[in-house]
Design a protein around this ligand. Structure first.
Ligand SMILES: Cc1cc2nc3c(=O)[nH]c(=O)nc-3n(C[C@H](O)[C@H](O)[C@H](O)COP(=O)(O)OP(=O)(O)OC[C@H]3O[C@@H](n4cnc5c(N)ncnc54)[C@H](O)[C@@H]3O)c2cc1C
Length: 431
């Protein structure tokens, strides 16, 4: 019998864990051919992107090179961006690739599959607000996070130069979900650190961060008590938190909030997400309003059992008529269910349903604290945690992802190297 061909599109929180597991279980034994496709050459766990943006993450330690990882775990890697799907022929189309001079390096390609897994994540949703795509930065990818970091350093340089007319650096963050809140705290931390590295005029009190939230409170997806604790911390840091405030437009000088114009040199849009537009009407598959592809409890699409969807781009209904939330923990859980289901499908065995388990949420306020809740039978429902325990739980989320990719031994080595690097390298990226 011919070997089954499994293609996973998107090597993020869910897709890379899935490809690794399938490679280890099937690829190494040559039971199936596993191919991972991603538009980037390396992987960074998306919840770390705000640390890439502020320069506080050591990217060299935390990024995973897809080719090297694929070789070590029994799967193939193809760099490319998926642009099309032919369900009859069972092929996906990858866009041509160009070098920086615009010359074609790779022409458009078609890859054939027996089973396809879509794990391409989500993008920011600006709800059609005028001026936002041109003037705001999104934190959807490492490229965008690096762009923000470059602009941040340039803004600091300008502020630090003699005769600069402005007293402060104004940064506006739209959206007070986890991304916005964590970014605000991390920016304060980065400003304090930069002060040690030659940006002598850049005191933390010259950093003016405004956080704009349309809803009545910050962290709308989290319990009220946690949101209140995070709100207090942000106010203590000097963040101007504005709730029930809608951004009506953006221009190169700032944000329009109804009648008021809020001047800002840097604007970050972190208010809501949707699945990428190209999934809308993709080869006749069904979508919800967020462009997510609708799936059955087995995570197969409603119209094609050979296609599975995991992570942020999966429209997976919950019993209470809501959707499985777009979180790293959902992507992680879905990856392990689809790994089991694909192995069962190849052997002609029945498929397992996916049940979402909410283990709680944690918000890191950089070194200023961590707040969150843990959920589950072990803690008897929901329990609020703060401080050191919360910080440990927050870090352990990422460690779980690393263990899924590298195993325990390597994960321990990576964290030891990370600690050593903290001693021998600057505390943040300065270029
Ligand atoms: C700053 C920030 C902080 C966050 N913090 C938390 C947190 O604390 N806890 C939590 O649970 N969640 C958090 N999240 C959400 C979490 O990151 C996502 O829910 C999770 O990464 C989703 O995983 P995924 O596998 O669906 O997609 P992703 O991890 O986004 O991966 C998608 C992959 O697909 C690739 N890709 C996209 N389009 C294509 C294409 N057309 N062709 C080929 N490849 C493609 C991308 O390059 C990427 O590698 C945070 C998100 C952000 C932005």
């Amino acid at each position: 019998m011919a070997r089954a061909r499994i293609i996973v599109i998107g090597g993020g929180a869910g897709g890379l864990e899935l490809a690794t597991r399938l490679g280890n279980k099937l690829g190494r034994k040559a039971t199936a051919d596993i191919t991972l496709v991603d538009r980037n050459p390396t992987h960074i766990w998306k919840p770390l992107l705000h640390e890439v943006a502020t320069g506080t993450l050591d990217v060299d330690i935390d990024q995973v090179n897809y080719r090297a990882h694929a070789r070590a775990h029994g799967f193939d890697f193809q760099m490319g961006t998926m642009t099309g799907l032919d369900r009859e022929q069972r092929t996906v189309t990858l866009a041509p690739m160009y070098d920086e001079n615009g010359e074609e390096i790779l022409s458009e390609r078609q890859l054939s599959y027996d089973y396809l897994v879509l794990a391409i994540g989500s993008v920011s949703n600006h709800f059609g607000t005028p001026g936002v795509p041109e003037n705001c930065i999104f934190l959807d990818s490492p490229v965008q996070a690096n762009r923000f970091h470059r602009r941040l350093l340039e803004a600091y340089l300008k502020l630090n130069s003699p005769g600069h007319p402005k007293d402060n650096l104004n940064i506006a963050i739209v959206g007070a979900g986890a991304t916005g809140v964590e970014l605000a705290a991390e920016l304060h931390h980065a400003a304090a650190e930069l002060n040690l590295y030659g940006f002598g005029d850049m005191k933390r009190d010259r950093l003016k961060i405004s956080m704009i939230e349309a809803g009545p409170r910050i962290l709308p997806a989290l319990p009220e008590r946690i949101a209140a604790a995070a709100h207090r911390e942000l106010v203590k840091l000097g963040v101007d938190v504005r709730v029930s405030t809608k951004v009506t437009a953006a221009d190169e000088h700032g944000l329009q909030l109804g009648d008021e114009h809020l001047a800002s040199e840097l604007m970050v849009w972190a208010a809501g997400i949707k699945a990428p537009d190209f999934l809308k009407d993709l080869a006749g598959l069904e979508n919800n309003r967020m462009n997510q592809l609708l799936v059955l409890p087995t995570l197969q699409t409603t119209r094609d059992s050979q296609i599975y969807v995991i992570g942020d781009c999966a429209g997976c209904p919950l019993p209470d008529n809501k959707w499985v939330p777009p979180r790293a923990q959902s992507a992680h859980q879905m990856a392990s269910v689809v790994a089991t289901n694909l192995m069962a499908a190849i052997q002609g065995k029945p498929q397992q349903p996916y049940h979402y388990h909410d283990h709680g949420s944690l918000i890191s306020l950089s070194r200023f604290g961590t707040v969150g809740n843990l959920m589950g039978n072990l803690v008897g429902g929901a329990m609020m945690i703060e401080g050191r325990i919360a910080r440990m739980a927050y870090v352990s989320l990422y460690r779980m992802h690393q263990v899924a990719l590298h195993g325990w031994w390597r994960t321990v080595m990576i964290s030891v190297i990370g600690r050593i690097n903290k001693i021998i390298r600057p505390r943040l990226k300065l270029h």
